[in-house]
Write a protein that binds this ligand. Structure first.
Ligand code: AMP
Ligand code: MN
Ligand code: MN
Ligand code: MN
Length: 287
């Protein structure tokens, strides 16, 4: 059974997770059931560029007595670097957000077609792989394509697909054309949400560039840094907490859960926010 430390108080909080409405393995209701079984009491569903799973997750949260935070993880661009911004406590019916996410879906489809065309040129069955991605649930991501490449026997593991073909600088990589960071933060705020910078340690940026990113994120209206993230590794929490305090950000915690098969990154584990940072959930969650 999963070991579950508590998060600064009694509640177990996980503000970053994916369902099969994007590149997660579980349906939204299965995800909520899995979180409840792991002792998570507050869960944000934050699918990539879609809010399609929130309604079912919300219903399921009612059944399991878990607080569901309506969220989304939006891909943005900052100086040609892809940056992920979490929108927490968003109104999924916000017209601006809905129209923006519709455009994101089209960008994702177009990018997927280009990547598959490159694979075809490299001698792989790009057309078949595109059809497999389009037949799978969820807004298309490179994860879907990597899984289709595993299923087709073209690579052994999803990670190999990224290392050989899909990762930055690899033979089938296509640079994304995500909207600018400040626009993305604006849409989250227009939807009544709080913007948190996801897994800040995962971007390949110099210390100076990271400082500039945080300054720009704050100027755009960003509220929090994801100080503790399954996608960061625990060793970054203290330094990210110090950065958050220095830049005046609140702190968030999230597993970035994608699949129960990734057993080293379960829902709700090791999400202790350092005491020096104000929790982003203050004012939203009664505890
Ligand atoms: P996209 O948003 O289409 O660029 O796809 C990015 C998604 O691919 C991320 O959300 C991760 O879930 C996944 N991903 C990125 N790099 C890797 C990797 N090396 N191995 C497995 N999955 C990855
Ligand atoms: Mn993902
Ligand atoms: Mn991310
Ligand atoms: Mn994520």
């Amino acid at each position: 059974m999963i070991d579950l430390p508590t998060v600064s108080g009694d509640l177990k909080i996980d503000l970053h997770s994916h369902s099969n409405c994007s590149d997660g393995a579980l349906k939204p209701d299965e995800l909520v059931a899995c979180a409840a079984a792991a002792g998570v009491e507050v869960l944000a569903l934050t699918d990539h560029d879609t809010v399609a799973g929130l309604e079912l997750a919300q219903q399921s949260a009612g059944v399991y007595g878990l607080q569901l935070v309506p969220g989304v993880e939006i891909s943005a661009s900052w100086h040609a670097q892809a940056i992920h911004v979490l929108g927490l406590w968003i109104d999924p019916a916000s017209p601006q957000l809905m129209s923006m996410l519709g455009a994101q879906g089209e960008r994702r489809q177009a990018r997927m077609r280009k990547i598959c065309a490159r694979l075809e040129k490299l001698g792989l069955p790009g057309t078949e792989l595109l059809a497999a991605v389009q037949a799978s649930p969820g807004v298309p991501t490179r994860s879907h394509l990597a899984n289709a490449m595993v299923a087709g026997g073209h690579v052994n593991r999803a990670d190999d697909a990224f290392r050989k073909y899909l990762g930055a600088g690899k033979s089938a990589h296509v640079a994304p054309d995500w909207p600018a960071l400040d626009a993305v933060v604006g849409w989250i705020r227009a939807a009544g949400g709080v913007a948190a910078l996801a897994h800040p340690a995962r971007y390949s940026l110099s210390a100076g560039a990271r400082r500039r990113l945080l300054t720009d994120f704050a100027a755009a209206g960003g509220t929090a840094l994801e100080v503790v993230s399954g996608g960061n590794g625990a060793q970054h929490a203290e330094s990210l907490a110090a950065l958050a305090v220095k830049h005046g950000f609140m702190g968030s915690v999230g597993s970035d859960f994608h699949s129960p098969q990734l057993t080293w990154n379960p829902l709700g584990r090791s999400l202790k926010l350092p005491d020096c940072v104000t929790p982003v959930w203050r004012g939203y969650i009664n505890k």
